[in-house]
Design a protein around this ligand. Structure first.
Ligand code: C2E
Ligand code: CA
Ligand code: CA
Length: 764
């Protein structure tokens, strides 16, 4: 504050000195004029001395002013003021002697002249000295008080009145002086404030310009119409676009509009932000950006545009992603690691708790992997692990996870298996079987042909209190159990196994009795021509309506039948029933209907029996069916078991006239080129592919590919599980031959099937 006061004072002193030169000259002229007026009336000696002194003092003041202007910093403002006051004091004393020496004896004319000069001096002093309070007060008082006293002392009415008038005049000029002083101060204050602001503004503007030009982030201004008005160098560098291209660009029309909400936000007077991917317009550069926007307002607060601050965080994001990837994926095989696995298992647990969707965890440990590593070296071991990882990945669905959690330990997570525990267990076991087929083909690693097997432990999510670690531990325990029992096998976690074994035993007994109880029925699902919609055949599907267990799904009881050997009996039953039923339909339709195929499912156990062919021949002759109306559906695993023998048997069936189809095509491991060595006539695309046609582009492509290859190999194609018109349309478009599915009909009883045929042909 004191500082400010000093600055003020210096400025006020300056003003006083600015007036000094002119006022000195005016005073000198005044002095000469007064001397001229007084000369005839007063003592000339005194007058001359007065004039000389007055002019000298005035000249001194004049030169003082000159000195000040030459270099005001030579002395402090205080000192300059001091000198100023001293000189002024002398000047005022000299002027005040005028009435003392010349007033009394002078005549009225002289007195009037003196008073006029005094009035002029006083008025001049007010304007020229007002910036210094001390100066004008001193000058006026020294100048005028003596004359007032003298006037009052004259003791005449006129002088008394004049004394009063001069007193009033003195009071007036003093007041005016004060006002002048006040004005000076306030003018000075506002001027100083203005200058200070101006200074501040220019400093901040300068700083801002430096920041804008050289900041390490990109800046851009845009107006209310979203047109870019200004950009900085860094912004140009980020986008690799010329400045001329960027300025004038309409942000509403840039192709990547993901940043727009952030831009808009600033226009709505709220800071906006966007962090994420961005594709630049000019260079089509894929980048990650961090964008912040802030509104720009005019003095009334109205938003007139906005400023955007951009940072290119591409490298940072890539680095982050890489770190993330390293943390989540196994470095050797590039498949998920333990951490990712646990995370996904936990996610599935949440779904299990919420929706009861059962998932399974398969724990794989390669048998004797250590031997390979020790005898052939780590390079071979590593390549083998890589190959195992990729083969495992090739047999699972895209939603499944194959993870490597340690040396030769892999875990497969199978989400979404079923709501039913038995079903889920069955599916998990099916995958385990698939895994064995993966290991059946030897691995060629760096000139070595390696055969390796794996033991598999399976655990299902079955208890709501379990966590991810529990489930992994269960699968691990089951895997050890499998290893103990001779490797290359799979085991369920004991507790689950106990429940399951119990159920299996019950089912097995139930199945044995089902024959006597007449609980088994063969149902038929129509096989339909895709283009015409005509039913041309049926697939025989077994149904078990158990008194004890209710309706049991074939997915559950067929494996039980296979394991117990009951499938031989059951399969034979289905075959004979289906053949004779087919012949019956044909007769009922009096051959007017183009009913040309009855398809039956043949299980591995059935197929591999030595008396299988003989049995088939017997069933044919008993039913009098024509062999070329029969189609046997075989799953890939049959063939893989023993290719040579399978091929022989198949050729024999073909020579009898039977047709052979690959069932569930696409779910196994074998490639089509592998299968083409075998005499198949038909290929059945698994329903899982058909069902995803509407949602999954990849499945569409896959079906197209299968259809193309099938055409080349001269195979008929049946699409399974067609449920919607869209799916059918797609198959029509791609010229698939046949389909089955709920869209036409589920598997129905023989009588219901007949009704379906009648609907199609009233002659039946
Ligand atoms: P699969 O041979 O693939 O039979 C087709 C299955 O898909 C049947 O289930 C059928 O009902 C079902 N399906 C047909 N159309 C649709 C559809 O549009 N949507 C859906 N979601 N499903 C459809 P099912 O009858 O439960 O048979 C299951 C499996 O059991 C069969 O699969 C087959 O592998 C086996 N199986 C059934 N009967 C026999 C048999 O007599 N012998 C042998 N060995 N296996 C059989
Ligand atoms: Ca089938
Ligand atoms: Ca099938």
């Amino acid at each position: 504050m004191k500082n400010l006061e000093e600055v003020f004072h210096a400025k006020l002193v300056k003003i006083a000195y600015e007036h000094l030169k002119v006022s000195s000259i005016a005073i000198a002229v005044n002095a000469v004029l007064l001397a001229y007026i007084l000369y005839p009336y007063v003592d000339n000696t005194i007058l001359v001395i007065w004039l000389v002194l007055t002019v000298s003092v005035t000249m001194y003041r004049f030169f003082l002013a000159k000195r000040y202007h030459k270099d005001p910093t030579k002395m402090t403002a205080q000192q300059w003021e001091y000198k100023f006051l001293i000189a002024l004091f002398f000047s005022s004393v000299l002027w005040t002697t005028i009435p003392i020496f010349f007033f009394v004896e002078g005549n009225y004319m002289v007195q009037a002249a003196v008073l006029i000069v005094y009035a002029g001096l006083a008025a001049g002093a007010v304007s020229s000295l007002a910036s210094l309070k001390k100066a004008f007060r001193m000058f006026l008082l020294v100048l005028m008080v003596p004359i007032i006293i003298i006037l009052f002392l004259q003791n005449t009415q006129v002088h008394f009145a004049m004394g009063l008038l001069v007193s009033l005049y003195l009071a007036l000029v003093l007041v005016v002086g004060e006002r002048f002083y006040g004005n000076y101060r306030s003018i000075l204050e506002s001027k100083m404030m203005y200058e200070e602001e101006k200074e501040k503004f220019s400093v901040s503007r300068e700083r801002f310009e430096i920041l804008f030009k050289s900041a390490p982030v990109g800046f851009f201004f845009y107006d209310q119409d979203f047109i870019i008005r200004e950009v900085n160098q860094k912004f140009v560098e980020f986008l690799e676009a010329p400045k001329e291209f960027l300025i004038g660009l309409n942000l509403k029309q840039i192709p990547d509009q993901r940043i727009f909400p952030a831009l808009q936000s600033a226009m709505d007077n709220i800071n906006g932000m966007y962090e994420g991917e961005y594709k630049s317009q000019y260079k089509k550069k894929q980048m990650y950006v961090d964008l912040q926007t802030s509104p720009l307002r005019d003095t009334s607060g109205k938003v007139i545009g906005a400023i955007g601050i951009v940072n290119d965080i591409t490298e940072k994001m890539h680095a982050l992603k890489q770190i993330e990837h390293q943390a989540m994926y196994d470095t050797l095989t590039n498949i998920p690691n333990r951490l990712t696995l646990i995370e996904r298992v936990e996610r599935e647990l949440i779904r299990f708790k919420r929706h009861n969707v059962i998932f399974a965890v398969l724990f794989l440990d390669l048998d004797h992997f250590k031997n390979i590593n020790d005898s052939l070296g780590h390079a071979v071991g590593d390549s083998l692990l890589n190959e195992v990882a990729s083969r495992l990945q090739s047999i699972v669905r895209s939603e499944d996870t194959v993870a490597r959690i340690g040396g030769d330990e892999f875990v497969i997570l199978l989400p979404d298996l079923s709501y039913d525990e038995k079903m889920a267990a069955n599916k998990a076991e099916r995958i385990a079987l698939k895994i064995y087929t993966v290991f059946e083909e030897p691995f060629s690693i760096l000139d070595h042909q390696l055969s390796i097997s794996t033991s598999i432990g399976i655990a299902l999510a079955s208890n709501e209190d379990e966590n991810a670690d529990d489930i992994l531990k269960h699968a691990d325990i089951a895997m050890y159990q499998a290893k103990k029992e001779g490797r290359a096998t799979s085991r369920f976690y004991q507790q689950q196994m106990d429940i399951w074994i119990k159920r299996r035993l019950e089912l097995e007994n139930g199945l044995r009795n089902s024959f006597y109880n007449n609980e088994l029925q063969v149902y038929y699902q129509p096989i339909v021509e895709v283009q015409s919609g005509n039913i041309i055949g049926a697939e025989a599907l077994l149904r078990w309506n158990s008194k004890e267990f209710g309706s049991v799904s074939p997915v559950e009881f067929i494996p039980v039948a296979e394991e117990s050997g009951l499938i031989i009996q059951i399969g034979d039953f289905v075959m004979r029933k289906a053949f004779s039923q087919f012949v019956k339909w044909k007769q009922e339709c009096k051959d007017t209907l183009k009913l040309e195929k009855i398809a039956i499912n043949i299980s591995v156990r059935q197929f591999s029996r030595v008396d299988f062919i003989a049995n088939v021949k017997n069933a044919i002759s008993m039913s009098k069916i024509e062999a070329n109306n029969i189609e046997m559906e075989i799953v890939e695993s049959i063939i893989i078991d023993d290719l040579v023998k399978a091929k022989e048997k198949m050729q024999e069936l073909r020579s009898l006239g039977l047709h052979l189809s690959i069932d569930d095509f696409g779910t196994g491991y074998s490639s089509l080129s592998y299968l083409k060595q075998l005499p198949f006539t038909t290929l059945k695309i698994d329903r899982s592919f058909v069902q995803d046609i509407d949602v999954d582009e990849e499945d569409k492509e896959l079906i197209e590919t299968i259809l193309n290859i099938a055409k080349r190999f001269n195979l008929q194609v049946v699409a399974e599980g067609v449920e919607t018109l869209e799916q059918l349309r797609f198959l029509q478009e791609k010229e698939c031959n046949l389909y089955q599915g709920f869209y036409c009909s589920p598997a129905v009883s023989a009588e219901e099937f007949m009704q379906l045929l009648e609907k199609q042909n009233p002659n039946c």
